[in-house]
Write a protein that binds this ligand. Structure first.
Ligand code: KG4
Ligand code: ZN
Length: 332
């Protein structure tokens, strides 16, 4: 069985083909980052237009890479939300058209569930596991259970972790997206140079990163452009974000009595975070599952993967037409 996955919820257009054994036969991603860069963030109208311009080319490329034709495709999976409404509509329209033309079942997939199930693309974590989603739009802890059951445990009360990386990069005059560049500069800095806040510490599982961003902003104002200790600020900021993520993830495992943790989403590409999580989990008897970088950031393979898991768990195989749902929560 071949599943064609389509993802267009934000600024990456992606098409993938996986089989029933979760093997990724093709994964193509067209990143719009360089085009949004000059505006310091994603411009929704531009994102929709670029998705429209590239999506058909990516479908052709994915089929070529997998050595398949459109008629070999058995099922279609497409992101229905959360995301930018116009961007979602592009992928949904293409997926629905293909489903009607090929007379094949289609499933609208929750983007966050795509991230949560992405570990299945490289290994099969035992269920239940706690999923930590850290991306540009979300910082969420959820319990992933058998029967494709997902329980929301917590989320951020304000900024997402990736959003904090992007905003701090902007404060420091660094390019978008902030995560990779801050990670690189932090290697040269001292993580103890500045003591930035760890919000909501010992106060349950919710996250908060807006106070941290404000603290960085106040620190930046104490320096001139010439004297700004960029590497030390990057290292101290990254340390604060990673401390919060590690502590809350470990607490979620403890409270849920689950000893498997999977970390996913764009910020999970951060190797410093992964090392810190590894240290935390190994000293607390938790087994950590990580996701290869190409499956961490937004991609269509995770969307096809989530659909396969839901179909395998008894979700009806039908041609129900999915709607764009920009504000979807992790459980829907
Ligand atoms: O999952 P993703 O590709 O898109 C969303 O669904 O949001 O995540 C993008 C986010 C951006 O905020 C970016 O700065 C962050 O992931 N990111 C990183 C790293 N690579 C990407 N954050 C920290 N360290 C990284 N190496
Ligand atoms: Zn994402």
């Amino acid at each position: 069985m071949y599943i064609l996955g389509i993802e267009s919820s934000c600024d990456d257009t992606s098409v993938a083909i996986i089989d029933e054994a979760f093997q990724v036969l093709a994964l193509v991603i067209s990143s719009q980052t360089s085009l949004h860069k000059k505006y310091g963030g994603v411009v929704p109208e531009l994102a929709s237009r670029l998705h429209t311009e590239t999506i058909h080319l990516l479908i052709e490329k994915a089929l070529e890479d997998a050595g398949l034709s459109l008629h070999d495709i058995d099922r279609i999976a497409v992101t229905k939300g959360p995301g930018l409404e116009g961007a979602l509509l592009v992928g949904l329209t293409v997926a629905k058209t293909l489903s009607i033309l090929l007379n094949k079942p289609i499933m609208g997939v929750n983007h966050l569930q795509g991230h949560l199930y992405s570990p299945f693309l490289s290994q099969h974590p035992p269920l239940p596991y706690i999923g930590l989603i850290v991306s540009g739009g979300h910082t969420t802890l959820a319990k992933v259970d058998t029967g494709a059951k997902i329980t929301l445990l917590s989320q951020t009360r304000d900024d997402a972790a990736g959003e904090a990386f992007d905003k701090v990069a902007r404060l420091l005059g660094l390019p978008y997206p902030g995560g990779p560049v801050i990670e690189k500069l932090a290697k040269e800095g001292n993580p103890k140079a500045f003591r930035f806040p760890r919000a909501l510490r010992n106060q349950g599982l919710d996250f908060s990163f807006s106070g941290l961003k404000t603290a960085v902003s106040q620190t930046v104002q104490q320096f001139t452009k010439e004297t700004l200790p960029i590497a030390d600020i990057c290292a101290s900021f990254q340390e604060a974000v990673c401390d919060s993520l590690c502590e809350k993830a470990q607490l979620a495992c403890e409270l849920s009595e689950v000893s498997h943790l999977a970390v996913c989403g764009g910020v999970a590409a951060n190797q410093y975070l992964i090392q810190k999580l590894q240290a935390y989990t190994s000293s607390n008897g938790i087994i950590l599952y990580t996701v290869p970088i190409r499956y961490c950031t937004d991609n269509a393979a995770m969307i096809a993967c989530a659909a396969l898991i839901k179909w395998n768990s008894g979700h009806p195989v039908e041609k129900e037409i999915p709607m764009a749902t920009p504000g979807l929560s992790v459980c829907s």
